[in-house]
Design a protein around this ligand. Structure first.
Ligand code: MF3
Ligand code: CO
Length: 248
C-alpha cells in the first residue's frame, strides 16, 4: 500500500527532514583529513538528542550506529569506526532524523581534500542524476520515468547505477512502498500522486554496478573495488511539482 500523507503528516515530515538537513550541514563542516567517522557519528547522535529526535538508522534491523559512513569503494551502509579520513578519500554520509513519529532520510558524498577530476565527476553525477529524477517527480508521471532519467545521466557519464538497492517511500516507517530503482523503463511503474513522499537515492559506480556485502553484515562494496558515490533527498510530490524536504 502506498501511503498518501495528510497535511498534518506532511507538516511533521517537514520538521523531521529539516532536522535531517541540519545534521548534514554539521557533517559537512566536519569533513577534513584526520577526523574519524565515529566522531561524526557521535556528533550527529548528540545533536539529534538535544533536538528531541533519535537517529532513524540506529537499531534498524540491528544497525549499530547513528549514521552510515561509506568510504571510497564502499557504496552504502558503512559502519562508523576509528578510520580517519585521508586527503583523496571520498565519503558518503547517509543519515536520518526520527522526530515526532516521522523519518527524514538523506545522503551526500564529499571529497576529502583534493581528488582527481574524474572522481569529482563521479560525485557530481550522483547529484546530477538525482536532479534529473527530481524533474520527473510530477503528479501523473510514473516511477519508471524517474528511474530511467536517473540512469540516463549516469550512463551518459560512463558510470553505472547500482541495481540491487533502491530509493523508497518514507514516513512513519523509514522504508515504505514504493521502491524507486535507479534504472528502469519510462512509462512503467505506479503513477505519482500528490502527497506521496519518496526518498530518491542514486548510487553511482565508476566500474561495474555489481556489489556485495562485507562480513560485518552491513557494508556494501563495489565488486571491482572501484569508487562509488551516493546522493539522496526526501521529496514530497505536490500539484505544483516536487519539493525537496531535506533542506535546512
Ligand atoms: N538511507 C538508507 C536507506 O534508505 C538507510 C540506511 S539503512 C540502515 O536504505 F539500516 F542503516 F539504517
Ligand atoms: Co534511503
Amino acid at each position: 500500500m502506498i501511503h498518501i500523507k495528510s497535511a498534518s503528516e506532511i507538516a511533521k515530515m517537514r520538521l523531521a527532514c529539516a532536522l535531517t538537513a541540519q545534521c548534514m550541514n554539521i557533517v559537512e563542516t566536519m569533513i577534513k583529513p584526520g577526523v574519524t567517522t565515529r566522531e561524526i557519528d557521535k556528533k550527529i547522535e548528540d545533536f539529534l538528542k538535544v533536538n528531541g529526535a533519535t537517529p532513524s538508522f540506529k537499531g534498524y534491523n540491528g544497525y549499530p550506529a547513528s549514521i552510515c559512513a561509506s568510504i571510497n569503494e564502499q557504496v552504502v551502509h558503512g559502519i562508523p569506526s576509528s578510520r580517519k579520513l585521508l586527503s583523496g578519500d571520498i565519503i558518503g554520509i547517509d543519515l536520518g532524523a526520527y522526530l515526532d513519529g516521522f523519518h527524514g532520510d538523506m545522503a551526500r558524498t564529499y571529497a576529502v581534500g583534493d581528488v582527481l577530476d574524474d572522481v569529482q565527476l563521479l560525485i557530481d553525477t550522483a547529484k546530477d542524476s538525482f536532479d534529473a529524477g527530481l524533474s520527473n517527480m510530477v503528479v501523473g508521471a510514473r516511477v519508471g520515468d524517474v528511474s530511467a532519467s536517473i540512469d540516463a545521466v549516469i550512463r551518459s557519464r560512463g558510470f553505472t547505477a547500482v541495481r540491487s538497492l533502491c530509493g523508497h517511500g518514507i514516513g512513519r516507517a523509514l522504508h515504505e512502498e514504493p521502491e524507486v530503482p535507479n534504472f528502469g523503463t519510462k512509462g512503467r511503474g505506479i503513477r505519482l500522486r500528490s502527497g506521496m513522499i519518496l526518498a530518491v537515492e542514486p548510487m553511482v559506480n565508476q566500474g561495474t554496478y555489481d556489489v556485495y556485502s562485507l562480513q560485518d553484515g552491513w557494508t556494501i562494496v563495489t565488486a571491482d573495488g572501484k569508487l562509488s558515490a551516493h546522493y539522496e533527498n526526501t521529496v514530497l510530490i505536490t500539484d505544483n511539482g516536487p519539493q525537496i524536504l531535506t533542506i535546512a
